[in-house]
Design a protein around this ligand. Structure first.
Ligand code: GAR
Length: 204
């Protein structure tokens, strides 16, 4: 089985969905560690209850982003990780980090990329009056929320939707497509497309 670490910052419901999926004997990946940049992340407790190794590092204890990320990579290397799943990880990663993990790191984002990169996706989508919303699992590249998409799911926007109501509808789909995307990656069914550049529009 491929060894997978999950990076979180908060609740960790997508993390929990990945952990559940990986319990199946025919799933091609095992979750070997959960990392959070916030020691108070609720998901850490969930991971511990599942008997999974956890680690945290506070950015504030490092001089630079790069120092923080080098310490993070040391943790991931200690777990002998093949793939990294970002699941509600709310820190922007440097091009150095994302390039190091290119093709081996994926993220879930609550929009139909390339629409609504960044934060507050559901509020922005509702303000625009879109008929459909959804979520995407994509490869992590230097450009924020820009990497090649592995899987998407769509949900209808309903009359009177609030960002919270829409988020809840999308989250159900997140929990379905993230385990499926990781399955495809870990089994080798999906790989980083050889013809796609990393799309670094970032000026960090
Ligand atoms: C999820 O909806 C995820 O798509 C989103 O944060 C939530 C985390 O929930 N991610 C982003 O917005 C990334 N920029 P979870 O901690 O329960 O998985």
């Amino acid at each position: 089985k491929k060894r997978v670490a999950i990076l979180i910052s908060g609740r960790g419901s997508n993390m929990a969905a990945l952990i559940q999926a990986a319990k199946s004997s025919d799933y091609p990946a095992e979750i070997v560690g959960v990392f959070s940049n916030r020691a108070a992340a609720a998901g850490l407790e969930t991971a511990r209850q599942e008997g999974i190794a956890t680690a945290t590092l506070a950015q504030s204890r490092f001089e630079t982003r790069l120092d923080f990320e080098n310490a993070l990579t040391a943790i991931l290397d200690g777990w002998a990780v093949d793939f990294v799943c970002l699941a509600g990880f709310m820190r922007i990663l440097t091009p150095q980090f994302t390039t190091h993990w290119l093709g081996r790191a994926i993220n879930i984002h609550p929009s139909l990329l390339p629409a609504y990169k960044g934060l507050d996706t559901h509020a922005r989508a509702l303000a625009d009056g879109v008929a459909e919303a959804g979520c995407s699992v994509h490869f992590v590249t230097p450009g924020l929320d820009e990497g090649p998409v592995i899987l998407q799911a769509r949900v209808p926007v309903r009359l009177g939707d609030t960002p919270e109501a829409l988020a809840a509808r999308v989250l159900v789909e997140e929990h379905r497509i993230y385990p499926e995307a990781l399955r495809r990656l870990a089994s080798g069914e999906t790989r980083y497309p050889a013809d796609v550049k990393t799309g670094s529009h970032h000026s960090d």
